[in-house]
Design a protein around this ligand. Structure first.
Ligand code: ADP
Length: 367
């Protein structure tokens, strides 16, 4: 089999059972050389188990892992030469910053002079200048995080595995470290596989996102693909807020998909080219709250939209969130700018016309 240069690590039908508990099923995933791939999903969805199998700390119950076409499934962790950063950093508390960062080089028996040079360069690259002789306990959370990253990258691994490395940091520091991670990924050119349950973090950092749910890979795609064209109801709901309207009678007409919602015909022009399962029994039209607009009910047009009664308004500084409900009790969530012309005249209990353009609806069908 010939392997394309960007084809780096292959997970082939990986599965994992812990006794009678099935943690993972049928994970097939190609990791591209140099990419920032995020494993995203709720707690218990199998992200860490996948990462631990990649690292070599867990053995799969089924399937194989290939690296550059070579089967490494049974290869012990210390022979894979991958960098790993854990949630709690696992730094050596009795060692200095320099000693921590130099440790992987020491166990690889590099000459002390070379270790000194490499560690010195690394300390600069992660922004810890002047802190080399400090003890780990004398560092802030963000600085400890940088030491952990430096230690994982110092031996120039081809793959860096990161298990929720930012989860212990407060919000501001977390955002700062996200920027740092993105910078390091670009600068080092190493392939990053990053685990998180935080959707915003995944969208902001990744080249591609693998969405996990109950031990299965639900969707793999760029941030834009998984956000704008979710493959399932789970992905649509997990990645931000979404409105899901149960629709039926799907057909293709004049380059668009047409569906029926409560007797009203709705058009979708996004994703029309993909094969659709018309035989599916259930279909939903997913529309993001920021793609809906609000008009007085007497401006109801022929385009895509539903009439719904206003229930609540929440001012959120950058925008206003409006909750409505259709006649058949379907909740509709909208996000409008603070400058919206209707904002000051909105009244609870009154009906409004909630509309969206045909490029913004996305059809999800039950598999
Ligand atoms: P995530 O990282 O997405 O939170 P995990 O990969 O840690 O999920 O866990 C996936 C499933 O496997 C969960 O149901 C979890 O309880 C189970 N699991 C993980 N590790 C073990 C273990 N060592 N023994 C038994 N069950 C485990």
């Amino acid at each position: 089999m010939s392997i394309s240069p960007e084809h780096f690590v292959d997970l082939q039908q990986l599965g994992k059972c812990y006794g009678a508990t099935r943690a993972l099923s049928d994970i097939t995933l190609h990791i591209k050389r140099g990419e920032f791939l995020t494993l995203l999903g709720p707690s218990g969805s199998g992200k860490s188990t996948t990462l631990m199998m990649l690292a070599g700390f867990e053995q799969p119950s089924e399937g194989r892992i290939l690296c550059n076409g070579r089967d490494i499934t049974g290869l012990p962790a210390d022979q894979r030469n991958f960098g790993v950063v854990f949630q709690g950093y696992a730094l050596f508390p009795h060692m200095t910053v320099e000693q921590n960062i130099g440790y992987p080089l020491k166990i690889r028996k590099m000459a002390p002079e070379q270790i000194k040079q490499r560690v010195g360069r690394m300390i600069e690259r992660v922004g810890l200048d002047g802190m080399g002789t400090r003890g780990i306990k004398q560092l802030s959370g963000g600085q400890q995080q940088r030491v952990a990253l430096a230690r994982a990258l110092v031996f120039e691994p081809p793959l860096l595995l990161l298990d929720e490395p930012l989860s212990a940091l407060d919000r501001r520091l977390r955002q700062e470290m996200q920027g740092e991670l993105a910078r390091m990924h670009k600068e080092f050119g190493t392939t990053f596989v990053f685990v998180t349950h935080d959707q915003e973090e995944a969208l902001a950092l990744s080249d591609r996102i693998a969405v996990f749910n109950r031990g299965r890979l639900e969707q793999l795609g760029t941030p834009q693909e998984v956000y704008e064209r979710p493959a399932s109801r789970f992905v649509a709901n997990f990645l931000g807020d979404t409105n899901l309207l149960g629709v039926n009678d799907i057909s293709r007409q004049d380059g668009a998909l047409v569906c029926n919602y409560q007797g009203r015909s709705l058009r979708i022009t996004q994703g029309v080219e993909r094969p659709l399962s018309f035989a599916s029994t259930e279909h939903w039209l997913a529309i993001r709250p920021e793609h809906l607009d609000l008009k007085p009910v007497d401006q109801t047009g022929n385009g895509n939209g539903v009439v719904a009664r206003m229930e609540a308004i929440t001012y959120l500084g950058t925008h206003v969130s409006v909750d409505l409900r259709t006649q058949d009790a379907q909740p509709i969530a909208l996000r409008i700018p603070v400058s919206h012309p209707l904002l000051n005249s909105l009244e609870r209990g009154q009906p409004y016309w909630c509309s969206w353009s045909q490029q913004h609806g996305h059809l999800i069908s039950n598999q």
